[in-house]
Design a binder for this molecule. Structure first.
Ligand SMILES: [Zn+2]
Ligand SMILES: [Zn+2]
Ligand SMILES: [Zn+2]
Ligand SMILES: [Zn+2]
Length: 491
């Protein structure tokens, strides 16, 4: 693969530095690859191996006394930077009483790695990292500032005796640079970690992104591709937040963690570009829906759209309700087996009169169900009655139609939903054939759709790291497509 570099860096008042395409890009075209300047634990992670990021329980490095999972990881290059510093300063990790609780002692690791990378590679620091936003004034007002001051700044400068190499102001700035510009990435060991990419970090945000990125597990290299065709000169937009969340939640997250008010077209539209991801049903009238009177103001009143209906509610009430229901939905992740399906269906039923059927919270539950039907004991694909197969297909299509608008193009989520959708369509066609409802020619015709779905799914997902869940699904999609084609030839 050649070194793709199809972007320019520009600067303006609104975005600061940002990327634009420097030529017309096709969908899925590689725009650039990027290597992280530093990788390490996120704040508030439980004790983990400082090399492979797997959970650890009382195993410490024999040289520095900080968590690693064994001899191989102790000697790995990933752990070398802080190992030398901690061993020289004789600062050991204080074993916690609970090895599964968040460990603030580890908050210093990624900032320290960034500082040491700055010493190693001053040119990249000066060119790419130094100009990054750190939002120092805004961060100073937050509780995390004081926590970083103790756990990172004072710890590194006073305890680890790094005062001759770095000053305290720089260490706080590094904490800010990481908070504002790093991305969360999966790791081999299990815990997700954070990484700072010099070029990816410059891409501006939009809640309707036009680029996708894939992270490779072995060296954390990121590949950035066009999600849709992009014209030369158009800005490249990444989505910094979870795309399947309602506007109020996204905008508050972006303000809290990235320090800006998103004013993208999706945020500006009370119906979220017609997807209704934020819309509620009115309880006071028959056909009304409740939307924000001004989605770019997080404090605006929410009102019913029916002319005769007077119903309105405050943003505070809306925020609280969303938090309560989201917390209830998050609990569902702990369920296993048939319960994972049955309790989710009960939850959909409970809230169907409250939310629009496409509301982000319900859509998240439906997306989970789309993946669970066919995978759970008692609900395997060949056991599912046609009605339930149709329900699985309906949920897949609902998610895909939202993605068409908010995440157009070849995203991981689309690849996964296309894979899920192929199965019910295939089983429904076979069930109609065995019931004598369609003849063999019609069956062949109907099976073209799942073949097409598998083909697109495999095309998207085989770009992912082969060890990631998406990469594995991509391989399965490819094999299933070959099998299905072969079975058609035997008909
Ligand atoms: Zn390890
Ligand atoms: Zn060590
Ligand atoms: Zn937005
Ligand atoms: Zn109403």
């Amino acid at each position: 693969m050649g070194e793709a570099c199809h972007y320019d860096v520009l600067q303006n008042e609104k975005f600061g530095r940002y990327l634009v395409a420097n030529k017309d890009l096709e969908s899925a075209e590689l725009i650039f690859t990027d290597k992280p300047f530093a990788v390490g634990p996120k704040p508030d992670t439980p004790p983990l191996c400082l090399s492979c990021y797997c959970p650890v329980d009382n195993t410490l490095c024999s040289k520095c006394g900080w968590p690693v999972c064994g001899a191989e990881c102790e000697a790995a290059p990933a752990h070398a930077p802080e190992c030398t510093v901690f061993a020289a300063a004789k600062v050991r990790y204080q074993s916690p009483s609970d090895w599964t609780a968040a460990s603030p002692q580890l908050d210093c690791i990624t900032p320290l790695r960034l500082l040491l990378a700055k010493e190693q590679d001053p040119d990249t620091w000066k060119r790419d990292l130094e100009p990054m936003e750190a939002h120092t004034e805004a961060r100073r007002q937050r509780p995390t500032w004081a926590a970083d001051q103790v756990n990172v700044v004072d710890f590194l400068i006073d305890h680890c005796k790094l005062g001759a190499r770095f000053d305290k102001e720089l260490v706080q700035r590094v904490c800010g640079i990481l908070e504002v510009n790093s991305v969360e990435i999966p790791s081999r060991g299990g815990y997700s970690v954070r990484a700072i990419y010099p070029r990816l970090a410059i891409a501006a945000h939009s809640c309707v992104p036009n680029i996708v990125h894939t992270i490779l597990h072995n060296d954390c290299q990121v590949q950035v591709r066009a999600a849709v065709p992009i014209k030369s000169g158009e800005p490249l937009h990444l989505c910094y937040t979870y795309a399947l969340s309602p506007t109020l939640v996204r905008r508050e997250y972006l303000m809290e963690s990235k320090f800006f008010n998103c004013e993208c077209p999706r945020c500006a539209d009370p119906t979220e570009l017609g997807t209704h991801l934020s819309t509620l049903k009115c309880q006071k009238c028959d056909n009304g829906i409740i939307i924000s009177s001004n989605p770019l103001d997080n404090e605006a009143t929410w009102k019913c759209t029916e002319k005769k209906c007077e119903f309105k509610t405050s943003s505070a009430a809306m925020r609280k309700m969303l938090a309560v229901v989201q917390a209830e939905v998050d609990q569902l992740d702990a369920l296993e087996g048939a319960q994972a399906i049955e309790v989710r269906e009960a939850t959909l039923n409970k809230y169907k009169s409250v939310f629009h059927p496409r509301h982000a919270i319900l859509l998240g539950v439906k997306q989970a169900l789309a993946q669970l039907y066919g995978r759970v004991e008692g609900y395997s694909l060949d056991e599912l009655p046609d009605l339930v197969l149709e329900r699985k297909a309906e949920f897949c299509r609902l998610v895909l139609s939202a993605l068409d608008v908010i995440m157009p193009g070849e995203s991981r989520m689309r690849g996964m939903m296309l894979y899920e959708l192929h199965a019910p369509i295939m089983f429904l066609a076979r069930s109609e054939y065995s019931a004598g409802l369609i003849d063999q020619d019609k069956l062949k015709e109907r099976l073209q759709e799942p073949i097409k779905l598998l083909e697109v799914s495999a095309k998207i997902l085989t770009r992912e790291d082969p060890q990631s869940p998406e990469g594995i699904t991509g391989q399965i999609a490819l094999q299933s497509m070959e099998q299905l084609k072969a079975s058609l030839e035997c008909l």
